[in-house]
Design a protein around this ligand. Structure first.
Ligand SMILES: [Fe+2]
Length: 224
């Protein structure tokens, strides 16, 4: 089976029925903003990268394969671009995300709350970027678990090469300032680079959110 069954074509088709506002035209000009780009800081991988991949690893974390029951949580359309240090979009980058479910359980045997795992949440997904460097995931708004403020883990690869491992955070979450890993980023500009607005999706009747997290490469990946 295709490793990326939920393709760009699927996504673009999806925009026709309501989410068009998410996918803005790309006015990016090579080098135009190079001096202003802040490289996304690396963040630790943490202990919960899946130790067993889900049966489905596409970019829709709300449904596993053809199951009819969606994951529990606030549906979030997570978009962004993978950019090189000079602002050039990165093609053929594999974007991986993983996060805990609405009960705080990861796809990992060592996870807290494993007994309460939401069997409908995919927990992990991948997206292969095209020429624009853009990615798209449908997932849930991350929730806190003991010791951590809400976050989504990201790993960017090209082939087997790991380019960056990081985490993104929910803007204005009251837990952020108490989170040691978030606070380890001292520079406000770098902190802003991993802090994302989870905003209501316009015209959504079911309270979906939209979040955009652009990743600028160029920082040496942190070791595990
Ligand atoms: Fe985590």
């Amino acid at each position: 089976m295709n490793a990326f069954p939920f393709t760009r074509r699927h996504f673009l088709a999806g925009t026709a029925c309501g989410a068009a506002a998410l996918w803005l035209p790309d006015y990016w000009q090579p080098g135009a903003f190079a001096a202003e780009l802040t490289r996304t800081p690396a963040q630790m991988e943490g202990p919960f990268y899946p130790d067993k991949f889900p049966l489905d690893t596409d970019n829709d974390l709300i449904f596993i394969n053809d199951k009819l029951t969606p994951a529990v949580g606030i549906i979030t359309h997570l978009t962004g671009k993978i950019l090189g240090a000079n602002g050039e979009p990165l093609r053929n980058a594999v974007v991986e995300i993983w996060q805990c479910d609405n009960n705080g359980a990861y796809l990992h045997a060592g996870s807290d709350n494993g007994g309460k795992r939401d069997g409908n949440f995919q927990g992990f997904g991948r997206f292969l970027t095209g020429t624009s460097g853009e990615y798209y995931f449908r997932t849930i708004k991350p929730v806190a678990y003991p010791g951590r403020t809400p976050h989504i883990h990201f790993k960017i690869k090209q082939g087997e090469k790991e380019l960056l491992t990081t985490q993104c955070y929910v803007k204005d979450d009251p837990g952020n300032d108490k989170d040691g890993i978030y606070r380890s980023v001292r520079d406000q500009k770098l902190k802003d680079a991993i802090t994302v607005d989870f905003a209501p999706l316009k015209n959504s009747k079911i309270g979906e959110l939209a979040a955009n997290f652009d990743v600028v490469l160029g920082v040496t990946p942190e070791s595990k």
